[in-house]
Design a protein around this ligand. Structure first.
Ligand code: NDP
Length: 272
């Protein structure tokens, strides 16, 4: 079964399941992306910070897939924020990716005092047609409210750390209310609790792995999900999640795993 498509608020289409490439070394990322495209992935999530945009672009170029059939996200890093700096950082990302446009450009973290200017640069890129959609990452409700005070365009997505042990309900509800799609990063909790007894029990019931159960949980919550794996067999496993459904009761049991467990930084700890 093929990967479902979600529609962003500006009608751009995005495959609901993609491949994340954080911590994939530059020299490995070409093979990682190539095997993922082979397995059926059509959505790749990178960032200038990951230092692997060159290999991502090269693997895409060398594949036989049309550029318009792929969805590529990259992000502006904290040190590059500000209006002019962001425009320059975008040019560099595009050059490294060797592409004419990216599908989605994100502010990686809400750097205080500067993210509204960074957003203005993203709006310029969007108006110029250099990016098909713009969004944010790691924005809490108060960051979004501050952004809204000066924004002309509402972000299409908010990519946040989200997995069963960190559900971020307040941010999710606010985004749903404003038609901002949620993208879950570290959707597998960065493999920190794949042996959780509840997940194991549900996995056994469906003859699936706990990773597949977690990915299915994101999909049924209507989140966009971007699990990372450098291994071909796991990439395949992570995409084989369209032949079963979690029941309402199973979804609730997984929701109940919430315990505020973060694998990454708290957005309010980010300094200029
Ligand atoms: P994930 O939750 O995707 O977990 C990745 C880890 O799980 C890796 O160690 C991987 O190992 C392992 N893994 C993957 N699939 C399986 C499987 N089926 N069974 C067992 N282990 C598995 O964590 P990430 O932090 O990588 O998040 C995903 C993506 O989100 C990133 O790659 C990046 O694109 C994005 N991200 C965005 C951030 C932001 O600030 N906007 C911050 C962090 C991530 P292996 O590779 O060896 O298979």
């Amino acid at each position: 079964m093929s990967i479902p498509i979600k529609q962003l608020r500006n009608k751009i289409q995005v495959p609901q399941l993609g491949l994340g490439v954080y911590k994939v070394p530059a020299e490995e990322v070409y093979d990682t992306v190539a095997t993922a495209l082979n397995a059926g992935y059509r959505h790749i999530d990178t960032a200038s910070f990951y230092d692997n945009e060159v290999g991502v672009g090269q693997a895409i170029k060398d594949s036989s897939i049309n550029r318009e059939d792929l969805f590529v996200t990259t992000k502006v890093w904290n040190d590059d924020q500000g209006y002019d700096q962001t425009l320059a950082a975008f040019e560099l990302s595009l050059k490294k990716l060797d592409m004419e446009y990216v599908d989605l450009y994100l502010i990686h973290w809400p750097v205080p005092g500067v993210f509204t200017e960074t957003w203005r640069a993203l709006e310029t890129l969007y108006k110029e047609g250099r990016v098909r959609a713009i969004g944010v990452s790691n924005f809490l409700v108060h960051h979004l409210e501050e952004l809204f005070e000066s924004a002309e365009t509402i972000p299409a997505v908010n990519q946040i750390e989200l997995h069963p042990k960190l559900m971020q309900s307040e941010t999710v509800e606010f985004c749903v209310e404003h038609q901002i799609l949620i993208e879950s990063w570290s959707p597998l909790g960065r493999a920190n609790y794949l042996t959780d007894p509840t997940l194991m029990e549900i996995a056994k019931e469906h003859h699936k792995s706990t990773a597949q159960i977690m990915i299915r949980w994101h999909l049924q919550h209507e989140f966009i999900v971007i699990p990372k794996s450098v291994r071909a067999e796991r990439q395949k496993e992570n995409i084989e999640v369209f032949d079963f459904m979690l029941s309402k009761e199973e979804m609730k049991r997984i929701d109940n795993l919430e315990e505020g467990f973060r694998v990454g930084s708290h957005p309010d700890s980010i300094k200029r």
